[in-house]
Write a protein that binds this ligand. Structure first.
Ligand SMILES: C[S@@+](CC[C@H](N)C(=O)[O-])C[C@H]1O[C@@H](n2cnc3c(N)ncnc32)[C@H](O)[C@@H]1O
Length: 498
C-alpha cells in the first residue's frame, strides 16, 4: 500500500468512497415526526418542527431527506455533511436548481467536525451511519452530539440491531472476505464477492440451509445495485448492536431513549402478545426493557430517537388532540391500509379510519376538529387521535405543517418538485415529492412523477410517457393516465404537490 492510499483509507475509517450511494428519503428524519413522538411520550418539544430550528444530518449522502425537510420548513436552518465529494456536489446542485436557500451541504469528514464552525443544533440525525463506521468515528459522533446538541434536542440514530441480525452476520462475512481478498476498484471487488455468494449458494452450504434468513439476505444482495451493496455491506465495519449498547454509549452525553421514529414499532398492541406485554411491564429499567423487547419484535434495523435532558412525562392530551394531520390516502383506499408486524397484518379500525380520511379530504384536521366533523359524529377525541396515529404509522396520514405559512412552502414546493420529477424520468431513485401541506416528503411513484412533469411542461402526458420510456412501458397508457386523473391527482392536489 502506498503512503497516499494508506492515509486516504485511514481518513475514511475503512468506509468505501469510490462509489456513490443512492437517493434515499427517510420520513423518520423529519423533525415533525420527532415532535409528534416527543409529545406522544408526554413532553413538550424544545423546538418547533416548523419554526426556526437548526437541524444537522451527519453522513447525509445525496442529502435528499435534508433538502426536502429544509424546503418544507423555510424558517429552519438545515445542514447536511458528508465526506464523499460527489454526494455533496449533487446535493448542492439540487438545492441550487430548486432555489432552496435555507440548506447548506458541507463536504466534511466526522474527524473534521470539531474543526469546522457549526451551530448548536435542535436535531442531529445519523441515518445509515452508526453500524457502518468504525468505533473511532462513532466516538467522534458522540463527541459532536455532546458539544452541539441543545438541551431538549433530538439525536436520531439508526443501526443494525441485535439479536435479529445475529444469524446474518456470518453471511455478510462470506461477501466481505471475498471482497477484501479481491483487487481493483470497489465495483470489481463487489463482483468477486457476488460470484463467491453464487458459488456458496450453489454448493448448498449447511450454514445457509440452517439459517434461511441469511440465505434470503444473500438472495437480496444478488439482486441489489452495486451502489447499495457498496455502502451496505462493503465498508470495513458492519456492526450490529443491542439497543443497550447504543443507549449506554450515549448516556454520558445526557441522552435518554424516547421512542422509535418508526411509529408502528412503538405500538405494543400491534407487536406483542398480552403475555409478552406483561413480562416486559415487570422490567423497570427502560434500557433493559427496550433491549429485551427486541427479542420479541426482532427488528433488523432500529431507528431510535434520543432526547438530551429528557424531562419527566406529563399528560399532553390537550396538545395531542389539537395537532393537525393531513390525509395521505383516499377514503376508498381504506382496505389496503395496513402495517405488517410479527403478529401479522394490522389494520386500522375500518369505519373510523374511513370517516377520518373522508373528513381529511377537506384539509388537515386535529382530533378536536374531527370530533365536530359530520363524518366522525359519535367518535370520541381520544379514539380519533389514536386512529390518526395508527394511520400515520401506516403511511396514510402525516402531521400537517401550519396553515399560516402554507403559501411560502407552496412556492418552494413548486420549484423543488419539478427538479425531482426531472430526476425521476432519468431513472434515478427519487420516489418522493415535497408536500407543502405536511412540510415533508410524500412517496410518489415514478410514473406519476412523469405525468406531473408532462403536465408541468404543457405536454401530452401519455405521449410524453411513451416517448420517455419507449418499449419499456407496458399496458394501456391512456387508461393509466385516466386512472391517475380520477384517483391519484386529486390526492396530490390536496397535498399541494400538483
Ligand atoms: C449509507 S449512507 C446513508 C446516507 C443518508 N444518510 C441516507 O440515509 O440516505 C452513509 C453516509 O455516511 C457517509 N460517511 C461515512 N463515514 C463518514 C465520515 N467519516 N465522515 C463523513 N461522512 C461519512 C458516507 O459518505 C455515506 O454518504
Amino acid at each position: 500500500m502506498t503512503q497516499s492510499t494508506k492515509s486516504a483509507t485511514d481518513a475514511a475509517g475503512g468506509y468505501v468512497t469510490d462509489i456513490p450511494y443512492l437517493f434515499r428519503y427517510h420520513r423518520e428524519l423529519n423533525p415533525a415526526i420527532h415532535a409528534l413522538m416527543i409529545t406522544g411520550e408526554g413532553r413538550t418539544p424544545a423546538f418547533r418542527p416548523h419554526g426556526a430550528l437548526t437541524y444537522l444530518e451527519l453522513g447525509c449522502g445525496f442529502g435528499l431527506s435534508t433538502l426536502v425537510h429544509a424546503a418544507g420548513n423555510p424558517a429552519g436552518r438545515y445542514i447536511g455533511v458528508d465526506f464523499i465529494p460527489q454526494h455533496i456536489a449533487t446535493a448542492k446542485g439540487l438545492a441550487a436548481a430548486a432555489g432552496v436557500t435555507n440548506v447548506e451541504f458541507i463536504e466534511l469528514s466526522f474527524a473534521d467536525l470539531a474543526h469546522h464552525p457549526l451551530p448548536d443544533c435542535d436535531v442531529i440525525a445519523a441515518q445509515g451511519v452508526w453500524s457502518w463506521v468504525d468505533a473511532a468515528n462513532r466516538d467522534l459522533i458522540i463527541r459532536f452530539v455532546e458539544k452541539k446538541l441543545r438541551s431538549g434536542g433530538v439525536f436520531y440514530v439508526s443501526y443494525n440491531a441485535l439479536p435479529a441480525l445475529a444469524p446474518i452476520i456470518p453471511a455478510r462475512e462470506i461477501m466481505w472476505s471475498a471482497f477484501r481478498n479481491a483487487a481493483g476498484p470497489t465495483s470489481v471487488k463487489i463482483d468477486a464477492a457476488l460470484a463467491r455468494v453464487r458459488e456458496v449458494m450453489a454448493a448448498n452450504s449447511t450454514y445457509l440451509t440452517d439459517n434461511p434468513r441469511a440465505s434470503q439476505m444473500l438472495e437480496r444482495a444478488l439482486q441489489s445495485s452495486p451502489n447499495y451493496l457498496a455502502h451496505e455491506y462493503f465498508n470495513a465495519t458492519w456492526d450490529a448492536f443491542y439497543h443497550a449498547d447504543v443507549a449506554n454509549s450515549l448516556r454520558p452525553a445526557g441522552m435518554s431513549y424516547l421512542a422509535s421514529a418508526h411509529i408502528l414499532s412503538n405500538m405494543d398492541r400491534a407487536n406483542l402478545t398480552p403475555d409478552t406485554e406483561q413480562l416486559l411491564a415487570k422490567i423497570a429499567d427502560r434500557t433493559e426493557r427496550e433491549t429485551l423487547r427486541d427479542y420479541f419484535l426482532v427488528p433488523e434495523f432500529r431507528r431510535d430517537i434520543f432526547v438530551r435532558n429528557l424531562a419527566p412525562a406529563v399528560n399532553m392530551d390537550a396538545t395531542l388532540f389539537a395537532m393537525k394531520f393531513a390525509g395521505l390516502a383516499n377514503p376508498t383506499d381504506v382496505d389496503s391500509i395496513a402495517g405488517i408486524t410479527l403478529l401479522g397484518e394490522i389494520k386500522p379500525p375500518r369505519a373510523i379510519a374511513e370517516a377520518i380520511l373522508r373528513a381529511l379530504m377537506r384539509g388537515p384536521a386535529s382530533a378536536d376538529d374531527l370530533a365536530n366533523a359530520s363524518e366522525c359524529r359519535g367518535i370520541g377525541r381520544a379514539e380519533l387521535y389514536d386512529v390518526l396515529v395508527v394511520l400515520t404509522a401506516m403511511g396514510a396520514a402525516e402531521p400537517a405543517a401550519p396553515e399560516a405559512t402554507l403559501t411560502a412552502r407552496k412556492a418552494i414546493a413548486d420549484r423543488l418538485n419539478p427538479v425531482l420529477w426531472n430526476y425521476a424520468i432519468h431513472g434515478d431513485t427519487i420516489s418522493v415529492n415535497l408536500s407543502p401541506v405536511t412540510g415533508g416528503g410524500i412517496a410518489v411513484p415514478q410514473v406519476d412523477q412523469v405525468f406531473l412533469l408532462a403536465r408541468y411542461r404543457g405536454e401530452d402526458p401519455v405521449a410524453f410517457l411513451q416517448r420517455t420510456f419507449g418499449a419499456n412501458v407496458e399496458g394501456d397508457l391512456a387508461a393509466g393516465y385516466t386512472h391517475f386523473l380520477g384517483y391519484r391527482l386529486p390526492l396530490l392536489q390536496r397535498l399541494g404537490i400538483a
